[in-house]
Design a protein around this ligand. Structure first.
Ligand SMILES: C[S@@+](CC[C@H](N)C(=O)[O-])C[C@H]1O[C@@H](n2cnc3c(N)ncnc32)[C@H](O)[C@@H]1O
Length: 335
């Protein structure tokens, strides 16, 4: 029986490599590609090894540093050894998958091992429960943006609760349209206008918003800091939300970000990365009505500078909000 074997030793003997970070891929594969009920292996006496055991083995080996192909190979070998006498009963990983599956799966794993973002490989990403299409050339929405979008949604709901029939909101630098789509989805009374300078991103934002909240978000391909863009809304907007590029010049980004995110989405300009954020802030002063709110994401070291810039630009109040790790993450300023 397989039960009782040292899974980590078996698996590390069976195929070495260092890819602890691919656990996500395995979980994705387990969740989406490999039908759980079909993960079965017959042993010599006809017992069936439980799928949970197989998954435990895989997780232990990955944590110990084995590669995904190594794990799969070793699992198959271990089970075959344990089931001597049962000819040809190997581990079934994807019953019903055609003969091209192993090669296609290996190719996916290789892409991830080369540090291609998982979101590009699976073509999907998520913000606040909304599933968005992810595509190379467009910024992948980050977990820290959950709270930024949340603060904007809360501000919009307050306007609704205060008796406004419609709350007018603008998402400046919308990228994939993630924040705009969540605003429209979570605040049914919101009119949402989204602005994006990259044509590729604006096109994806339209696609995402039309899929998630049809007819609710107007996406404009333009420079959000240009005073002529949305000038007809000056003084009328209730809530502006923005996650602009804000990385300081020369700041070292992780490999995946540096190699797979568009530069226009990252660097804010100037030594401190604040040129575009300050331009967005200035544009927001003009767009917002008195009492309107700006929520803008920033780097964890930019809080004090942006509070000062907001007060200098004409906002009445400026405070800094934190992300889920407790680090300064966004400006909340009242016009
Ligand atoms: C950090 S990404 C954020 C995207 C999206 N808001 C999100 O949270 O996933 C910044 C986005 O701003 C866009 N951008 C940069 N400069 C801009 C400008 N002047 N006007 C409009 N969009 C701009 C980039 O193309 C990129 O899509």
């Amino acid at each position: 029986m397989l039960v009782g074997a040292d899974p980590t030793a078996l698996l590390l003997d069976g195929g070495l490599g260092s890819a602890v970070g691919v656990l996500g891929i395995v979980l994705m594969v387990v969740g989406h590609l490999v039908t759980r009920r079909l993960i079965r292996a017959a042993t010599a006496d006809g017992d069936v090894v439980d799928e949970a055991l197989v998954l435990d083995l895989a997780a232990s080996a990955l944590s110990a540093g084995a590669s995904v192909p190594g794990v799969l190979t070793a699992l198959g070998q271990a089970l075959e050894e344990e089931s001597a006498g049962v000819v040809g009963r190997a581990l079934l990983l994807a019953d019903g998958a055609d003969g091209d599956f192993p090669a296609a799966y290996d190719a996916l794993v290789l892409r991830r091992e080369c540090r291609e973002p998982l979101q590009h490989i699976i073509g999907r990403m998520w913000l606040r429960g909304a599933e968005l299409i992810s595509r190379p050339g467009v910024f992948i929405v980050r977990p820290e943006t959950e709270v930024v979008a949340g603060a904007a949604i809360e501000a919009a709901r307050e306007v609704m609760a205060g008796g406004g029939g419609v709350v007018l909101t603008a998402d400046l630098c919308t990228g994939s349209g993630a924040i705009a789509a969540c605003l429209a989805k979570e605040v049914p009374g919101a009119r949402v206008v989204a602005v994006e300078i990259s044509e590729t991103a604006a096109s994806l934002a339209r696609e995402n918003c039309e899929r998630l909240v049809p007819g609710r978000v107007e996406v404009i391909h333009a420079d959000a800091t240009d005073p002529l863009v949305l000038h007809d809304l000056n003084g009328q907007v209730d809530v502006v939300v923005s996650n602009p590029p804000y990385v300081p010049a020369g700041a070292v980004e992780d490999t995946e970000t540096a190699q797979h995110e568009p530069t226009v989405a990252l660097y804010g300009g100037g030594p401190d990365g604040l040129d575009i954020p300050v331009d967005v802030l200035v544009r927001s002063v003009a767009l917002l009505r008195t009492g309107g709110v700006l929520v803008m994401e920033h780097d964890h070291e930019q809080g004090a500078l942006l509070r000062a810039a907001a007060l200098g630009a004409g906002f009445k109040q400026a405070e800094t909000g934190q992300d889920l790790t407790g680090r300064d993450r966004y400006l909340r300023a009242v016009r």
